[in-house]
Design a protein around this ligand. Structure first.
Ligand code: ZN
Length: 270
């Protein structure tokens, strides 16, 4: 029998990781992570907040009850643990209200940005599935559909002697907001940051269906990827797996050409 797929349970502030995937940052962490069935991780900076051990929850920070979003995360974990069959969590998306609020705080006018770029705000999925590991041996998270399609596509490419590497899959709103907040703290304006970084909330990576792809020996996220046999293969075959290049040359969103960025879409959805 196949192993049950690993799931990441998502909330606006905190991710609930299955045990065995996160790297320890100290010896103390290592002992606890080795025994944890789940790890609660703060999304904005990746800090480990608590571990679920056989004997119960163990906080890893001193003020766990005051942690924003902790109640929601613990309720979700309890509900998950009480399911006898460990069924995959229900599909769905997280609400966008909190993101909207933080964009306002940054002074980023989201309706103006949407109008300029034609890009919609992208909600985060309520849970993600482990789709294997990326080039850097980090867990790769995608929606269930995208994860299955990616694994099938990678396998089909391998049969044709093409190695496809994942560079980056799902990324949270908080991850992108964190980049903005750090740069703002260094004195950069939102307009300056937007020339280099996508606005938080507008990346297809937030939705868990987008994937940056490369091939061994090729640097990540470079236009030169378009000259590789892997790119040639993707152009011919990715559509069979419902992956499409989102930002071809001269795309209407004004986003630079990204031959490495592919997104899973259900058949007949465009
Ligand atoms: Zn991308």
């Amino acid at each position: 029998m196949r192993n049950a797929p690993h799931h990441l349970l998502n909330t606006p502030d905190i991710e609930i990781w299955p045990g065995g995937l996160l790297r320890a940052r100290s010896n103390h962490d290592a002992r606890l992570l080795a025994r944890a069935s789940h790890v609660l991780r703060r999304k904005s900076d990746g800090r480990y907040l608590a571990v679920q051990l056989p004997r119960g929850l163990m906080p890893l920070i001193t003020r766990l009850p005051e942690e924003p979003g902790i109640e929601l995360a613990l309720n979700l974990l309890d509900a998950h643990l009480s399911q006898p069959s460990r069924m995959p969590p229900p599909n769905g998306e997280l609400p966008l209200a909190q993101l909207q609020q933080r964009l306002d705080q940054l002074g980023l006018d989201s309706s103006e940005y949407s109008e300029q770029t034609g890009l919609p705000l992208v909600a985060e999925p309520a849970h993600l599935q482990l789709a294997g590991f990326d080039r850097y041996r980090r867990p790769l998270w995608l929606t269930g559909n995208a994860a299955r399609s990616w694994q099938r596509m990678q396998h089909a490419a391998a049969i044709d002697d093409i190695a496809l590497d994942a560079i980056s899959g799902y990324r949270s709103h908080d991850y992108q907001l964190g980049i903005f907040e750090r740069k703002r703290a260094r004195g950069l304006s939102v307009a300056d940051i937007l020339t280099v970084n996508a606005a938080p909330g507008y990346s297809e990576h937030h939705g868990g269906n987008a994937l940056d792809i490369s091939t061994p020996g090729e640097p990540p996220a470079e236009e030169s990827f378009e000259h590789t046999a892997a790119f040639d293969w993707l152009q011919r075959r990715a559509g069979d797996f419902h992956f499409h290049m989102s930002y071809p040359r001269d795309n209407p969103h004004g986003i630079v050409y990204e031959p490495w960025h592919w997104c899973w879409r259900p058949a007949g959805s465009f």
